[in-house]
Design a protein around this ligand. Structure first.
Ligand code: ZN
Length: 266
Protein backbone atom coordinates (compact mmCIF):
# COMPACT_ATOMS: atom_id res chain seq x y z
CA UNK A 1 0.00 0.00 0.00
CA UNK A 2 1.47 3.36 -0.95
CA UNK A 3 0.37 6.21 1.27
CA UNK A 4 -1.03 9.63 0.48
CA UNK A 5 -1.94 11.08 3.86
CA UNK A 6 0.76 9.55 6.04
CA UNK A 7 4.51 9.09 5.73
CA UNK A 8 6.56 6.19 7.05
CA UNK A 9 10.30 6.08 7.71
CA UNK A 10 12.73 3.79 9.51
CA UNK A 11 15.58 4.98 11.71
CA UNK A 12 17.33 1.78 12.78
CA UNK A 13 14.83 -0.21 14.84
CA UNK A 14 12.48 2.79 15.17
CA UNK A 15 9.64 3.24 12.73
CA UNK A 16 8.29 6.77 12.55
CA UNK A 17 4.81 7.30 11.12
CA UNK A 18 3.66 10.83 10.38
CA UNK A 19 0.22 12.29 9.89
CA UNK A 20 1.01 14.12 6.65
CA UNK A 21 -1.74 16.58 5.81
CA UNK A 22 -0.13 19.70 7.31
CA UNK A 23 -2.22 22.11 5.22
CA UNK A 24 -5.32 20.54 6.80
CA UNK A 25 -3.83 20.60 10.31
CA UNK A 26 -3.44 16.84 9.85
CA UNK A 27 -7.19 16.30 10.05
CA UNK A 28 -7.90 12.60 10.32
CA UNK A 29 -9.84 11.85 7.16
CA UNK A 30 -11.16 8.38 6.36
CA UNK A 31 -8.18 7.74 4.11
CA UNK A 32 -5.67 8.97 6.66
CA UNK A 33 -7.14 6.67 9.31
CA UNK A 34 -7.18 3.70 6.91
CA UNK A 35 -3.54 4.32 6.03
CA UNK A 36 -2.55 4.78 9.66
CA UNK A 37 -4.17 1.49 10.61
CA UNK A 38 -2.41 -0.31 7.76
CA UNK A 39 0.97 1.17 8.71
CA UNK A 40 0.52 0.30 12.40
CA UNK A 41 -0.42 -3.31 11.63
CA UNK A 42 2.69 -3.59 9.45
CA UNK A 43 4.89 -2.01 12.11
CA UNK A 44 3.50 -4.52 14.61
CA UNK A 45 4.26 -7.45 12.33
CA UNK A 46 7.77 -6.36 11.31
CA UNK A 47 10.36 -7.95 13.60
CA UNK A 48 12.98 -5.40 12.57
CA UNK A 49 10.86 -2.69 14.26
CA UNK A 50 11.05 -2.43 18.05
CA UNK A 51 9.50 0.97 18.74
CA UNK A 52 7.03 3.10 16.79
CA UNK A 53 6.74 6.89 16.87
CA UNK A 54 3.49 8.51 15.77
CA UNK A 55 3.85 12.18 14.89
CA UNK A 56 2.44 14.93 12.71
CA UNK A 57 4.11 16.98 9.99
CA UNK A 58 3.76 20.74 10.27
CA UNK A 59 2.48 22.95 13.06
CA UNK A 60 0.09 20.51 14.70
CA UNK A 61 -0.07 16.87 15.69
CA UNK A 62 -3.68 16.78 14.49
CA UNK A 63 -6.84 18.85 14.89
CA UNK A 64 -9.01 15.72 15.03
CA UNK A 65 -11.52 14.17 12.69
CA UNK A 66 -11.92 15.76 9.28
CA UNK A 67 -15.06 17.77 9.72
CA UNK A 68 -15.29 18.98 6.15
CA UNK A 69 -15.17 15.42 4.85
CA UNK A 70 -17.74 14.24 7.36
CA UNK A 71 -20.10 17.06 6.32
CA UNK A 72 -19.71 16.16 2.66
CA UNK A 73 -19.83 12.38 2.94
CA UNK A 74 -21.55 11.41 6.17
CA UNK A 75 -24.12 14.06 6.96
CA UNK A 76 -27.22 11.90 7.05
CA UNK A 77 -26.17 8.47 8.12
CA UNK A 78 -28.64 6.04 9.65
CA UNK A 79 -27.96 4.62 13.10
CA UNK A 80 -26.66 1.45 11.47
CA UNK A 81 -24.41 3.26 9.01
CA UNK A 82 -22.91 5.57 11.63
CA UNK A 83 -22.36 2.75 14.08
CA UNK A 84 -20.60 0.68 11.45
CA UNK A 85 -18.40 3.57 10.30
CA UNK A 86 -17.40 4.70 13.78
CA UNK A 87 -16.91 1.19 15.10
CA UNK A 88 -14.42 0.35 12.37
CA UNK A 89 -12.50 3.61 12.03
CA UNK A 90 -12.60 4.96 15.55
CA UNK A 91 -13.17 2.14 18.04
CA UNK A 92 -11.49 -0.80 16.30
CA UNK A 93 -8.59 1.23 14.90
CA UNK A 94 -7.95 2.75 18.34
CA UNK A 95 -7.98 -0.62 20.08
CA UNK A 96 -5.65 -2.01 17.44
CA UNK A 97 -3.29 0.91 18.02
CA UNK A 98 -3.42 0.21 21.75
CA UNK A 99 -2.60 -3.44 21.08
CA UNK A 100 0.36 -2.96 18.69
CA UNK A 101 2.75 -5.53 20.24
CA UNK A 102 5.57 -3.07 20.86
CA UNK A 103 5.88 0.40 22.40
CA UNK A 104 4.28 3.27 20.49
CA UNK A 105 5.24 6.85 21.37
CA UNK A 106 3.08 9.82 20.39
CA UNK A 107 5.14 12.88 19.44
CA UNK A 108 2.81 15.84 19.91
CA UNK A 109 3.16 19.51 18.99
CA UNK A 110 0.50 22.19 18.56
CA UNK A 111 -3.10 20.99 18.49
CA UNK A 112 -4.16 17.54 19.65
CA UNK A 113 -7.93 17.77 19.64
CA UNK A 114 -10.91 15.41 19.84
CA UNK A 115 -10.28 12.40 17.64
CA UNK A 116 -6.56 13.14 17.72
CA UNK A 117 -6.63 13.22 21.52
CA UNK A 118 -7.96 9.68 21.55
CA UNK A 119 -5.41 8.48 18.97
CA UNK A 120 -2.45 10.05 20.84
CA UNK A 121 -3.69 8.63 24.11
CA UNK A 122 -3.91 5.08 22.78
CA UNK A 123 -0.13 5.26 22.46
CA UNK A 124 2.00 3.92 25.31
CA UNK A 125 3.92 7.14 25.91
CA UNK A 126 3.48 10.79 24.96
CA UNK A 127 6.31 13.27 24.41
CA UNK A 128 4.94 16.79 23.92
CA UNK A 129 6.51 20.06 22.91
CA UNK A 130 5.97 23.03 25.21
CA UNK A 131 3.44 24.53 22.76
CA UNK A 132 1.28 21.40 22.57
CA UNK A 133 -2.31 21.59 23.78
CA UNK A 134 -5.04 19.03 24.24
CA UNK A 135 -8.81 19.45 24.08
CA UNK A 136 -12.01 17.48 23.70
CA UNK A 137 -14.72 20.09 23.18
CA UNK A 138 -17.35 17.64 21.91
CA UNK A 139 -19.82 17.98 24.81
CA UNK A 140 -20.08 21.69 24.01
CA UNK A 141 -19.48 21.78 20.26
CA UNK A 142 -21.77 19.00 19.09
CA UNK A 143 -23.62 17.85 22.19
CA UNK A 144 -22.11 14.36 22.03
CA UNK A 145 -20.75 12.39 24.96
CA UNK A 146 -17.00 12.89 24.42
CA UNK A 147 -15.37 11.27 21.41
CA UNK A 148 -15.81 7.63 20.51
CA UNK A 149 -13.06 6.24 22.71
CA UNK A 150 -13.29 7.35 26.34
CA UNK A 151 -9.66 7.01 27.33
CA UNK A 152 -9.85 10.26 29.32
CA UNK A 153 -10.44 8.92 32.88
CA UNK A 154 -7.59 6.45 32.44
CA UNK A 155 -5.01 9.01 31.39
CA UNK A 156 -6.23 12.05 33.34
CA UNK A 157 -7.82 10.49 36.39
CA UNK A 158 -11.52 10.79 37.18
CA UNK A 159 -11.47 14.32 38.59
CA UNK A 160 -9.53 16.00 35.80
CA UNK A 161 -11.32 13.99 33.09
CA UNK A 162 -14.64 15.37 34.28
CA UNK A 163 -13.37 18.95 34.33
CA UNK A 164 -11.78 18.50 30.89
CA UNK A 165 -14.94 17.12 29.28
CA UNK A 166 -17.50 19.24 31.14
CA UNK A 167 -15.76 22.51 30.29
CA UNK A 168 -14.37 21.55 26.87
CA UNK A 169 -11.38 23.75 27.70
CA UNK A 170 -7.91 22.94 26.48
CA UNK A 171 -4.97 22.00 28.67
CA UNK A 172 -1.36 22.83 27.84
CA UNK A 173 1.58 20.46 27.79
CA UNK A 174 2.86 21.42 31.25
CA UNK A 175 -0.54 20.86 32.83
CA UNK A 176 -0.87 17.54 30.98
CA UNK A 177 2.53 16.60 32.43
CA UNK A 178 1.37 17.47 35.95
CA UNK A 179 -1.68 15.26 35.53
CA UNK A 180 0.45 12.36 34.32
CA UNK A 181 -1.10 12.31 30.85
CA UNK A 182 2.18 13.23 29.18
CA UNK A 183 5.56 11.64 29.94
CA UNK A 184 7.90 14.46 28.93
CA UNK A 185 7.68 18.06 27.76
CA UNK A 186 10.51 19.51 25.68
CA UNK A 187 11.08 22.73 23.74
CA UNK A 188 9.44 22.66 20.34
CA UNK A 189 12.78 22.70 18.51
CA UNK A 190 13.88 19.57 20.36
CA UNK A 191 10.70 17.51 20.04
CA UNK A 192 11.75 15.26 17.19
CA UNK A 193 15.24 14.57 18.60
CA UNK A 194 13.99 14.01 22.16
CA UNK A 195 11.31 11.57 21.02
CA UNK A 196 13.79 9.68 18.89
CA UNK A 197 16.30 9.50 21.77
CA UNK A 198 13.63 8.00 24.02
CA UNK A 199 12.58 5.55 21.29
CA UNK A 200 16.18 4.49 20.70
CA UNK A 201 16.76 3.97 24.43
CA UNK A 202 13.70 1.69 24.58
CA UNK A 203 14.75 -0.07 21.36
CA UNK A 204 17.94 -1.30 23.09
CA UNK A 205 15.79 -3.87 24.91
CA UNK A 206 14.90 -7.19 23.28
CA UNK A 207 11.66 -6.99 21.33
CA UNK A 208 9.99 -9.92 23.06
CA UNK A 209 10.71 -8.41 26.50
CA UNK A 210 9.08 -5.15 25.37
CA UNK A 211 6.13 -7.00 23.87
CA UNK A 212 5.30 -9.06 26.95
CA UNK A 213 5.83 -6.10 29.28
CA UNK A 214 3.32 -4.08 27.27
CA UNK A 215 0.98 -7.05 27.22
CA UNK A 216 1.11 -7.38 31.01
CA UNK A 217 0.58 -3.67 31.68
CA UNK A 218 -2.30 -3.50 29.20
CA UNK A 219 -3.78 -6.62 30.74
CA UNK A 220 -3.49 -5.03 34.21
CA UNK A 221 -5.64 -2.09 33.18
CA UNK A 222 -7.97 -4.46 31.35
CA UNK A 223 -8.46 -6.33 34.64
CA UNK A 224 -9.39 -2.94 36.13
CA UNK A 225 -12.00 -2.73 33.37
CA UNK A 226 -10.44 -0.44 30.79
CA UNK A 227 -11.43 -2.34 27.67
CA UNK A 228 -14.99 -3.00 28.84
CA UNK A 229 -15.38 0.63 29.88
CA UNK A 230 -14.20 1.77 26.44
CA UNK A 231 -16.64 -0.62 24.72
CA UNK A 232 -19.50 0.56 26.94
CA UNK A 233 -18.79 4.22 26.23
CA UNK A 234 -18.74 3.61 22.49
CA UNK A 235 -22.38 2.53 22.57
CA UNK A 236 -23.30 5.54 24.70
CA UNK A 237 -21.48 7.83 22.31
CA UNK A 238 -23.41 6.39 19.35
CA UNK A 239 -26.68 7.16 21.15
CA UNK A 240 -25.57 10.77 21.57
CA UNK A 241 -25.34 11.23 17.78
CA UNK A 242 -29.11 11.00 17.54
CA UNK A 243 -30.24 13.31 20.35
CA UNK A 244 -32.09 16.59 19.93
CA UNK A 245 -29.07 18.40 21.39
CA UNK A 246 -26.83 16.91 18.73
CA UNK A 247 -29.26 17.87 15.96
CA UNK A 248 -29.46 21.45 17.16
CA UNK A 249 -25.81 22.11 18.04
CA UNK A 250 -24.06 20.23 15.32
CA UNK A 251 -25.01 22.16 12.17
CA UNK A 252 -24.09 25.56 13.62
CA UNK A 253 -20.85 24.48 15.24
CA UNK A 254 -19.87 22.52 12.21
CA UNK A 255 -20.53 25.36 9.77
CA UNK A 256 -18.64 27.67 12.06
CA UNK A 257 -15.68 25.34 12.27
CA UNK A 258 -15.59 24.68 8.54
CA UNK A 259 -15.86 28.41 7.82
CA UNK A 260 -12.88 29.04 10.04
CA UNK A 261 -10.95 26.33 8.26
CA UNK A 262 -10.86 24.32 11.41
CA UNK A 263 -11.47 20.66 11.68
CA UNK A 264 -13.12 19.15 14.66
CA UNK A 265 -14.66 16.06 15.99
CA UNK A 266 -17.74 13.90 15.96
ZN1 ZN B 1 -19.05 9.77 16.84
Amino acid sequence: MSYVDIEVEDIGAVRRIWHNRPAMRNAESQNLLDELDDALVQAGDDHAVRVVILGGRGEHFSAGHDLKESREKRNNLTVEERYRYEQKRYLDYCLRLRDVPKPVIAQVQGACIGGAFMVANMCDLIVASDDAYFADPVVHSVGASAVEVLIHPWVLGERKAKEFLYTGEKIGAEEALRWGMVNRVVPRAELEAATLTLAERIAQAPLFALTITKRSINRSVDIMGQRNAILAHFDTHELSHFTEAFKSTRPASREEAVAKGRTAVA
